[in-house]
Design a protein around this ligand. Structure first.
Ligand code: GTR
Length: 328
């Protein structure tokens, strides 16, 4: 059987080349943008704000077509590969699966790295944040940050402290540090793409997972795993990355416009994040979810249990951890 490209003749081949490039002639065309979350989610809302800013800056020449709700792939590791290949031009993903694309960004998955949200933003919006974005490579270009609050554990069975996670199968993102963290808790890490996790929880393929309240709510995971402990072990931000293949063909002016638009959406995205966090807490509580707010002793127990991760993985980051800790 003839494949699509063979059947198209010379003009068809030219058209296919444009499709493979994922974008029209330099400076024009539609930019394919990927996000796993639904349209109303703050990350997608931030991308929509970025799209507006970009259209304005380029007089409508660069338009972002946002494929939300994981339309473009099976999990973030998969869409990152597509971004690398140039089939997706912009991807909004968590910093966690970016670990293999940078020797520095993995630091953001270190447990209890930031004192609080202010500390996190002082780091991300400062010199270290720029350094982390610039460290992204392997066919990707780091453009900007988005808020993703803090991640906590949730389970099909009650959770009061780290001891309740022992022996469980816990889904984590594709990230070595997260896997080590779960092992340090005496549990088994499982890799499940985000959009398949609801069913995995429902069918007992995994017992528990971890995420921020907006994801816990909008994914429906709260229905399958109604016990949430607000232990906030990591504050891994979201990142907007571009495909280098596409990026390298943009004019300097257009690159500048894309970068500025990625910066511009952040303030708006953070506002939407704060609103969504409140909405998520309210909604899951109303649905009967138990949200346990651990006392200091339970929080310390989590930090102690996860501390071995600093010994096993911290050294790879040189002085980055102490530089982050030193940020006021
Ligand atoms: C969410 C994040 C997604 C995805 C998801 C996950 O908080 O926004 O990009 O990484 O977590 O756990 O897979």
């Amino acid at each position: 059987m003839m494949n699509g490209i063979q059947g198209r003749g010379v003009l068809g081949l030219l058209a296919a080349a444009v499709i493979v490039a994922g974008c029209g002639p330099a400076g024009t065309g539609t930019i394919r943008v990927s996000d796993v979350h639904p349209e109303s989610y703050p990350t997608v809302q931030g991308l929509m704000r970025m799209a507006e800013a970009l259209e304005e800056r380029t007089n409508g020449e660069l338009r972002m077509q946002i494929y939300h709700s994981a339309q473009l792939g099976r999990g973030e590791t998969d869409t990152l590969q597509q971004t690398r290949d140039g089939d997706i031009q912009i991807n909004r993903i968590s910093a966690a699966p970016l670990e293999p694309y940078s020797d520095k960004i993995g630091v953001l998955a270190m447990p209890f790295l930031f004192r609080d949200a202010e500390h996190k933003w002082a780091v991300l919006e400062g010199e270290i944040g720029d350094e982390l974005l610039e460290s992204i490579g392997g066919g990707l270009v780091g453009l900007g940050w988005q808020d993703s609050g803090a991640r906590s554990f949730y389970s099909t069975a009650p959770l009061e402290g780290p001891e309740d996670l022992q022996g469980l199968d816990i889904r984590v993102q594709d990230n070595e540090i997260m896997q080590a963290m779960v092992r340090a808790l005496g549990a088994t890490p499982q890799a499940v793409p985000y959009d398949e996790l609801y069913s995995a929880l429902q069918h007992g393929v995994v017992d528990a997972a971890e995420n921020n309240p907006p994801s816990y709510y909008t994914s429906g995971h709260f229905n399958a795993a109604p016990h949430f402990i607000l232990n906030e072990h990591v504050q891994i931000p979201e990142v907007i990355v571009a495909s280098e293949r596409w990026w390298s063909r943009l004019s300097e002016e257009d690159q500048e416009a894309v970068r500025e638009a990625a910066q511009e959406q952040l303030a708006y995205q953070r506002e939407r994040w704060a609103e969504m966090e409140e909405e998520a807490f309210e909604a899951v509580r109303e649905a009967g979810v138990t949200i346990v707010e651990p006392d200091q002793a339970a929080l310390d127990a989590f930090a102690d249990a996860m501390a071995p991760v600093f010994d096993s993985h911290g050294g790879a980051f040189g002085d980055l951890i102490s530089r982050i800790e030193a940020v006021e």
